[in-house]
Write a protein that binds this ligand. Structure first.
Ligand code: ZN
Length: 293
């Protein structure tokens, strides 16, 4: 099998898995693979990704212009081209609408809390690229800001995007995003999400090197503990984020703020105004006990 035949077969297989897992409905989703320095192979438009055959694929140049194939590429290919322009290491892109991750994208909730060790070590965080009309130039522009520092993105009110060095790995990243979204949803439904501490996040980031996990960017540091390192919101000259924002509290702030805010949420008060560390909470309890005596 030539490399090109392999790419056709892999795209068919990834499409089948996306459909089988319910990550796409109707003709949603698109997959692409970088064949060489000048050509891409991508899925055709107006076809269910669950039932493609190898001969349906379209070969284009890096501007999206068709080189060969009976069918036409998806209008969402522009978003893939933007990924390849910004990430020379990306050899494949998978775009789908997995329901739970897309639900987070619709709710405007990024998957950026430090709750799962394996997500911290692999994807880091999954931010939300701002809403853009699908198939317009707005969409690549929204993706551009995040794609330098992330291998997985949510697209506001739309879906998710994953990239990797090969198409199966890009697909597995899509699985990880949806799995992480499902777990986050269950934890939030249960009413509690115990978040890993900033120290633990830094330990996990250290493991990336040990296991040879190539991450596009480091996790943004807490400027108080690591002055001089990249901080949340730092961008390069083109306005692209340079580090991954992961929500992880300092150790003595852990849990308390969240638990209290949850109980306030139930009583209908604003949850955002509660900021308590363990130390402050302990002091409040001690005061209350003293008053009781
Ligand atoms: Zn889409």
């Amino acid at each position: 099998m030539t490399a090109e035949e392999q790419a056709r077969a892999d795209i068919v297989e990834v499409g089948r898995r996306l459909w089988e897992r319910g990550y796409v409905a109707s003709n949603d989703g698109n997959i692409s693979v970088r064949l060489d320095e000048t050509r891409l192979m991508t899925t055709p438009k107006s076809v269910s990704k669950g039932f493609m055959t190898p001969d349906m694929m379209v070969v284009t140049d890096l501007e999206g212009k068709k080189i060969s194939g009976q069918r036409d590429p998806s209008s969402e290919l522009k978003m893939h081209l933007e990924v390849y322009r910004n990430r020379p290491d990306a050899r494949a892109v998978v775009h789908a609408h997995p329901p739970t991750a897309t639900g987070f994208a619709v709710a405007g909730i990024a998957l950026d809390r430090a709750v799962l060790a394996e997500v911290i070590t692999t994807l880091g965080s999954i931010p939300i690229a701002e809403y853009a009309t699908p198939s317009t130039e707005e969409l690549p522009a929204a993706v551009r800001k995040y794609v330098k520092a992330h291998d997985g993105l949510l697209l506001a009110n739309h879906g998710a995007l994953a990239l990797a060095g090969d198409v199966m790995s890009a697909y597995y990243r899509m699985e990880t995003i949806e799995h992480f979204a499902k777990i986050s949803l269950v934890a939030r439904t249960l009413g509690r999400e115990n978040i890993l501490s900033r120290d633990e996040v830094e330990r996990l980031q250290g493991l990336r090197g040990m296991y040879g996990i190539a991450s596009p960017a480091p996790i943004c540091a807490d400027p108080a503990t690591r002055p001089g390192s990249l901080r949340a919101g730092d961008t390069n000259s083109e306005g692209q984020l340079e580090c991954q924002i992961v929500q992880a509290p300092d150790s003595d702030e852990r849990l308390v703020a969240h638990r209290i805010s949850e109980s306030f949420k139930q009583s209908g008060d604003s949850a955002d105004q509660i900021r308590l560390t363990y130390r402050e909470l302990t002091a409040l309890i001690e005061d209350a006990l003293r008053a009781l005596k």
